[in-house]
Ligand binder design. Structure first.
Ligand SMILES: Cc1cc2nc3c(=O)[nH]c(=O)nc-3n(C[C@H](O)[C@H](O)[C@H](O)COP(=O)(O)O)c2cc1C
Length: 380
C-alpha cells in the first residue's frame, strides 16, 4: 500500500490541453490487451463496462487495447477486438459513449501484430519484414503456447495492404466516436519489427539504414494523416524493449531516438507515447548522455509526450512531470489494480497493490472478475 500526502494537489491532477485533446488531468490508462472480445472481434458489453470504469474513476484519457486493423494478417490473438467491420464500429461506439459520459477522452490503439501473431482466424501463417523466427515463445496470458512460426517476408503488395488497413481502421475509429488513434509501433509488433535491425533484413526501401527501417511507421502516419486531415489526433507508441525481448535497447541510443522521433513528428504525429516497463522508470528511460528518452522526444519534436512504466508511484509520477520528462503519464498495472486511481490521488486514499492473479491464467476480463469475487469472498 502506498499512501499519498493529500495536502497538495498532485501535479498529475492538473488539466491539460495538448495534441488537440482536452484532458481533465494527466493520467491515462495505458493500452492493455484483454483478449475478451467476441470471436469475430466485436467488443462486448463487458468491455464497455471495463473501459467506463476507468473513466468513472477519474482518468483523463483512456487508450484502448491494441485493436487489429484489417481482415488479413493484423490480428494478434484470438478474442482480440478489431476495428474493421461495421459491427465492430457499432460496438465500439457503445464504449466511446460510455467513456465520454463519464468525462474522459478516449483514443483507440491500432495494432498489426506481424510476426508476433498467435491467433488469427482470417489467414493461416504470419507475415513480417523478413523470414526471421521471433525470439522466445508465444505468450500464454494471451492464449498462445510454443515457438512462434517463421513469418513470410512481406511483399510490396502486402505492405500496401497493411498501410491501407491502418488508414481504414483509423477512419472507423473516428466513426466509432474515438477522439483519436494511436499507432502501435512498440513492443515488437509489426512496425517495431521493421524498425529493429535483427528482424528486418530487407534490401528494398523498407530495410537497411535506420531511417529506411522506420519508413513503414512513417508511411502509416503520413497515410492516416492524409486520410483523416490536419485536425485528427494521431499518436504513435514506441518502445525500446519488446514483449519477446525485454532488454533490447536502440543500438544508437540517443542518436537513434532523435532520428525516430524527428521523422515521426515530420510525418504528422500528434503525440508520442513511450512504453517502458518497470518502476525504476528514471533509470530504464535514461539514454547515454543522461537525458531521458521522453524528455528527448519532447525536445526534438515539441510534441506532447506520454511517459509509461510504474507511473502509479506518486513520487515518481510527480518527478517525471515536474522535471519536464513528459506531459502525460500512462498506467498499466497501476490502473488495473486501481481503476479509480485519479480519485484516490485526489482524496489521499491508499492505492491497492497490483495482484498478478488478476491476469492469470489469461489476461481476460472474466478471470479478473472471478479473482475480484474470490478476494471479496475471502475478505467477508
Ligand atoms: C495485460 C496487459 C496487456 C497489455 N497490452 C498492451 C497493448 O495492447 N498495447 C500496448 O502498447 N501495450 C500493452 N501493454 C503494456 C502496457 O501498456 C504498459 O506499457 C506496461 O504495462 C508498463 O506500464 P505499467 O508499469 O504502468 O504497467 C500491456 C500490459 C499488460 C499488463
Amino acid at each position: 500500500m502506498t499512501t499519498i500526502d493529500s495536502g497538495a494537489a498532485h501535479p498529475a491532477l492538473k488539466p491539460l490541453h495538448a495534441a488537440g485533446l482536452d484532458l481533465r488531468n494527466r493520467l491515462a490508462v495505458a493500452p492493455m490487451t484483454r483478449v475478451s472480445a467476441a470471436p469475430d472481434g466485436t467488443p462486448t458489453r463487458q468491455m464497455a463496462e471495463y473501459y467506463a470504469a476507468f473513466a468513472r474513476g477519474g482518468f483523463g484519457l483512456v487508450i484502448t487495447e491494441g485493436t487489429y486493423t484489417d481482415d488479413r494478417y493484423s490480428q494478434g490473438y484470438f478474442n482480440q477486438p478489431g476495428i474493421v467491420t461495421d459491427g465492430h464500429v457499432a460496438a465500439w461506439r457503445e464504449v466511446t459513449e460510455r467513456v465520454h459520459a463519464a468525462g474522459a477522452v478516449t483514443v483507440q490503439q491500432l495494432m498489426h501484430a506481424g510476426a508476433l501473431s498467435q491467433g488469427n482466424p482470417y489467414r493461416p501463417g504470419t507475415v513480417g519484414p523478413s523470414a526471421v523466427a521471433p525470439l522466445r515463445e508465444m505468450m500464454p496470458e494471451y492464449g498462445g503456447s510454443g515457438p512462434w512460426p517463421v513469418p513470410r517476408e512481406m511483399t510490396a503488395a502486402d505492405i500496401d495492404e497493411a498501410v491501407a488497413g491502418f488508414v481504414a481502421a483509423a477512419g472507423n475509429s473516428l466513426r466509432a466516436g474515438f477522439d483519436g488513434v494511436e499507432v502501435h509501433a512498440a513492443n515488437g509488433y509489426l512496425l517495431d519489427q521493421f524498425l529493429t535491425d535483427y528482424t528486418n533484413r530487407r534490401t528494398d526501401g523498407y530495410g537497411g539504414a535506420l531511417i529506411d527501417r522506420l519508413r513503414l511507421t512513417a508511411d502509416v502516419v503520413t497515410a492516416i494523416r492524409a486520410g483523416l486531415g490536419p485536425d485528427a489526433v494521431i499518436g504513435v507508441r514506441l518502445s525500446q524493449g519488446k514483449v519477446n525481448d525485454f532488454t533490447y535497447r536502440w543500438p544508437g541510443g540517443a542518436r537513434d531516438a532523435e532520428v525516430v522521433f524527428g521523422a515521426l513528428a515530420e510525418a504528422g504525429a500528434s503525440y508520442l507515447h513511450i512504453a517502458s516497463e518497470g518502476r525504476a522508470w528514471i533509470e530504464s528511460a535514461t539514454l547515454d548522455g543522461g537525458a531521458t528518452i521522453t524528455a528527448l522526444a519532447r525536445r526534438v519534436t515539441g510534441l506532447p509526450v506520454i511517459a509509461n512504466g510504474g507511473m502509479h508511484d506518486p513520487a515518481q509520477a510527480a518527478e517525471v512531470l515536474e522535471d519536464g520528462h513528459a506531459d502525460l503519464l500512462s498506467l498499466g498495472h497501476g490502473a488495473l489494480a486501481n481503476p479509480d486511481l485519479p480519485r484516490r490521488l485526489e482524496s489521499g486514499a491508499a492505492l491497492a497493490e497490483f495482484d498478478r492473479r488478476l491476469l492469470e491464467p489469461m489476461a481476460t476480463l472474466d478471470n479478473a472478475e472471478r479473482h475480484r469475487r474470490e478476494r471479496a469472498g475471502a475478505a467477508s
